[in-house]
Design a protein around this ligand. Sequence first.
Ligand code: SF4
Length: 419
Amino acid sequence: MNKVEFYKETGPREVFCGLTSIVWLHRRMPDAFFLVVGSRTCAHLIQSAAGVMIFAEPRFGTAILEEKDLAGLADAHEELDKVVNDLIARRPEIKTLFLVGSCPSEVIKLDLATVAEKLNKRFLGRVQFLNYSGSGIETTFTQGEDGALKALIPLMESTDEEKLLIVGTIANNVEDRFKKIFKNIGINNVESFPPRQSTDLPKIGTNTKVLFTQPYLSDTLRDLQHRGCEILYAPFPLGIEGSTKWLLAAAEAFKIPDLKVHEVIAPLANRARQAMESHKKILKGKNLFLLPESQLEISLARFLHNECEMNLIEVGTPYLNKELMEEELKLLPENTKIVEGQHVENQLDRVRKSQPDLVVCGMGLANPLEAEGIHTKWSIEMVFSPIHGIDQAADLAGLFSRPLKRNQILTTKTLATHK
Ligand code: SF4
């Protein structure tokens, strides 16, 4: 492995909690419902994070724990029961109901696993109940997906059939494109987890080869390993380089020669390289600082340095799973500074001192930094945008070049008005 510098930091954090992942999970599995067992703050977070996507019948809601519930569990159970009964009566299309824990439910030690077990008995054959934690005490925002997927694994039946399993939520159109590429390479039995319907879970076993699309699924990885699945370690499919190596890892596992992969993807890669040129002109030589939030930071840093020629000042990540990230770390330039964890004040001091051209950070930090004249990119946009795959490389680069371009235009206009 090349020489990457690792640091650890603890202290005050400024990140979204795991509830946020409901926003993309409910889009992926339209037959599932996510019931947050939390406070009004939790309800507001979900409403504002998903605000643009709220329609007549949303697929998430909150069972509100009032202040009096914090003093006694009886009221909390009663409230939860009432909300669940109403929901199931009103929404017969719900097939899976996730009870999502929050800071308040954890503080009062509400045992959602037992609640889910009881509800499973009561609604047997109609709705399946699962639970996981989205609490900000222990999760950052992408880890909510890890919890949801881990909760689904025990429901997956066993099989000996050889297959490729793509794990991690990606946009449906991106998934279709990946499946087409795999077919052209010669891998036909490809399934996705999470699936498009919560009840349509893939079967897994010792002949299942797992390729992750997202780097934040450490618990899911462990449980799939326990079920005997073979994990294929590769860089994540962001940019041309990451996507190519990701496809090559799958091909190797199915004993398909590298040449076949290169033949299939050559036209895509050529098109992507051309489409990236205009973005690269803006990004080349610019200094980048990534604050920890999504766990996508290391893959993004690799893409923005290797394919867009940006300089990496610091790469923050809320949590570093070296096993899952090994292939990514190998691709980073010498002496890249990786900081695991967060002491937000110290990090902001380092941002101010280094005066980067662009900071990738959470929404809560973006406005104050912009007010100080430091340009930012919200890390949450990476999980809401289709950024995976070779064809999306230019769009991914565009997410970072746009704020810099906008700034160039504004500076030019301001200079012109002051002439
Ligand atoms: S789970 Fe915790 S961090 Fe998240 S919105 Fe609720 S109270 Fe806030």
